[in-house]
Ligand binder design. Sequence first.
Ligand code: PMP
Length: 390
Amino acid sequence: MQISSTWCVPVAKYTGTKTNCLNLGSYNYLGFAENTGPCADAAYQSTLDYGAGTCSPARELGTLDVHKKLEALVARFVGKPAALVFGMGFATNSMNIPALMGKGCLIVSNELNHASIVTGAKLSGATVKVFKHNSVKSLEAILRRAVTDGQPRTHRPWRKILILVEGVYSMEGSLAPLPEIVQLKKKYKAYVYLDEAHSIGAMGPTGRGVCEYWGVDPADIDIMMGTFTKSFGAAGGYIAANQDVINYLRGASHSTTYAASVPAPVAQQIITSMTIIMGDDGTKEGEKRVAQLLDNSRYFRQRLTEMNFIVYGNEDSPVVPILLYEPGKVTSFSRELLKKKIAVVVVGFPATSIVEARARICLSASHTRDMLDYALKEINEVGDLLLLKK
Ligand code: PMP
C-alpha cells in the first residue's frame, strides 16, 4: 500500500495497529513530505551518492558540497547575505541563542515561544523577560524599562537586547506583529530573532514567510531562523543573518562543532523542494502549492467558523486551532475522528490553559477539496456529539 504524508499511518497510538488516515496534524504544509516525485528521487539519488549520514560535524569533515549549495540557497531564499544549516531545528534554537547571548544581555521573549527557544534563552545565561503573546504594548513596556532601569539615562545597562519571536505560532495560528516589532527594535536599539519554523514556505505570496506577508524588509530582521521539518518535508534548521554573524556562529555554535551535520539526502530534499518553491526548476509547481495552501487554509477556517466552532488564529495561517474547551473532550475528539480515519493533534493543559484545550489542525497544499470536505463533515458531527459549538 502506498503511504504519503497526506494519507498517513499514525503511530499505533490509539488503535495498536497501523491505520491509513487522512492526516490533518502534520506540518507538511506544501506537501513535499511525499514518497514519490522530484524530492524523493533526488534524495534517493543522494543516498546512492553519499550514503545516509555524514558521521561528522560541519566543522570537522561533515561539510559537503550539498551543504554549501544549501546554505547559499537558503540565504537567497530568505533574502539575507549568508546562512548556516544545522542537523536539527530544536538545536538550531537551543544551541545558537546561547552562542549569541550571555551574561549581561537581555532577552525579551514572547510568552508562547517554542520550547527550543525557551531552552536556548535559559542556557544563554542572559536575563530573560517575557512579554504577553503578541502584545506590542507589553513588549514596549519591558524595553522602555530595560533601557533606563536603575541606571542613569546616559548609560545603557545591557550589553545586547534581543527580542525573540516566532512568525506563526503553532498552537495559536497567530502571526507575530512584525512591522510594530521592527519599529520597537529600532527605537530601543535592540535586535530581533525570528523563528520561521511554521511560516517559511507557508506564508507570503511566494512562500518567503512572514516578512514577505507583512512587507517587512528582511534586512530589518537581524537573525532569521527556520526549520526544514515543515514546508520542506525534511529535517534540520537554519540561521540566516549578515556575514559576520554567520562567520561567528560557524565557529561558536555547539551545533556545528558537537553535532553531526545534515545528512546529504536530507540536504538534497531541502534543495529540491526549495528550488521548486522558488520556481528555479522552470515550473509553476511551487507557486501553485503556495497558493493552494492559502486557499485550503482560508476554506477550512471559513467553513469551521460557519459551523459555529471557535477557531483561533490569523485568517491566512495554515495552523487552525479548534477550541474544545474542556480537557475531558480532548481524547474523545481525536478518538471519534480516528474512527472515521482522520488523524488530528489535540492539546490540553498544561500546554494550554485549562479551558482552552484544542485540536490543532495543520492544512497542506496536498489536501484535496474532497479530503477537506470529508474532514469538515466528520468534524461537524463530532462537534455536535461533544457539544463543541457556540
Ligand atoms: N521552532 C518552532 C517554532 C517549532 O514549532 C519547532 C518544532 N515544531 C522547532 C523550532 C523545532 O524544530 P524541529 O522539529 O525541526 O527540531
